[in-house]
Design a protein around this ligand. Structure first.
Ligand code: ATR
Length: 308
């Protein structure tokens, strides 16, 4: 397992990162961070690409996040990834963020350029690649039901679906008001002359069985963006009887084994995949942002499978 550093190691100037070999020049900020699988596949990628740098975990408590981001240039870092709970703080900390990160309200990839911090969010584009790889389809052609649209991860996925102008998007959230607000915000992306019948192309519903049944009958892809299902004892997110063989089901949770949702989907004969593909592709896209060259995807995939 890779060593875990602290926010203070960065804030103190980062000298400690030069003492390891290869020097630590990339990392992931999180709290907790020790379960991250990113060091495994990023270090494999750096080695395969012949880059003299290593990737480490950095435990960053919320109150030190802003200072830790500002310390990156002084510590000689190329950039960093950002995980729970700092993705929104990362957007606030960077000097500039790309269009998708701004709309998603979160940054998962920071690159240091000339002393400035540039922010990106590769989770959305990573999902597009993962869906294409797992199901041989493009997000933009699909009618999508997104579970947990009110969370940070859900928002990034909803924005990606909207920017791709997918055929239809149903935002499902326990607190339905959050989904409604997001649906209104994203509505402009769905206004077009495309003829899809009388239904609205973006809608918001709660976890209501009748509403879910109605929406799933007209859906191609279900995405879970909640963390429900990480524990095998979690109650089903949606009634198993609503899952049908024509559906594709993607769970962003990548806990080892299958989540309850994927178990139920698989038993119903639906095609399904867990979040490992999205994790891999968001990482590959981060590598491409840091180094402006293609990521060694197969090396990263192999390292991730070994770590998973
Ligand atoms: P993050 O921002 O990291 O995605 P979050 O803010 O905790 O995490 O959001 C998690 C998402 O999972 C939310 O959409 C949340 O629904 P609410 O907005 O109603 O809180 C959803 N969620 C969490 N537990 C849930 C449960 N038991 N059933 C349904 N949805 C749940």
């Amino acid at each position: 397992m890779s060593a875990i550093y602290s926010a203070d190691d960065l804030i103190a100037g980062g000298e400690i990162f030069s003492r390891v070999s290869p020097p630590a020049r990339l990392g992931v900020f999180g709290d907790p961070v020790e379960h991250s699988k990113s060091p495994a596949f990023h270090n494999a990628a750096l080695k395969a690409a012949g880059i003299d740098a290593s990737y480490v975990m950095i435990h960053v408590p919320a109150e030190k996040a802003a200072d830790a981001f500002r310390a990156l240039p002084g510590a000689g870092f190329i950039g960093t990834n950002v995980t729970i709970p700092h993705k929104a703080a990362a957007l606030a900390a960077v000097d500039e963020a790309d269009d998708f990160a701004q709309r998603a309200g979160s940054v998962n990839t920071v690159v240091v350029q000339g002393g400035r911090l540039l922010g990106f969010n590769t989770d959305g584009p990573g999902l597009v690649r993962a869906i294409r790889e797992e199901f041989s389809v493009d997000l933009r052609d699909l009618r999508i039901v997104l579970l947990g649209a009110g969370g940070g991860a859900g928002r990034a996925i909803a924005v990606q679906c909207a920017m791709e102008s997918c055929e239809r998007l149903v935002l499902v959230n326990r607190t339905v008001d959050k989904a409604r607000r997001l649906a209104s915000e994203l509505a402009p992306f769905f206004r077009s002359d495309r003829l899809v019948g009388p239904v609205e192309r973006v809608q918001a519903i709660g976890f209501d069985e009748a509403a879910l049944r109605e929406q799933l009958a007209h859906a191609d892809l279900v995405i879970n963006a909640t963390s429900v299902g990480m524990r095998r004892t979690d109650a089903p997110l949606i009634p198993p009887a609503l899952l049908t063989p024509n559906l594709m089901v993607y769970d962003t949770v990548y806990a080892s084994g299958r989540t309850r949702l994927l178990e139920d989907a698989s038993a119903a004969g639906a095609r399904c995949a867990n979040g490992l593909g999205m994790l891999l592709h968001q990482g590959a896209l981060s590598f491409e942002i840091w180094f402006n060259r293609p990521a060694p995807l197969d090396v990263m995939r192999r390292a991730l499978m070994e770590a998973a």
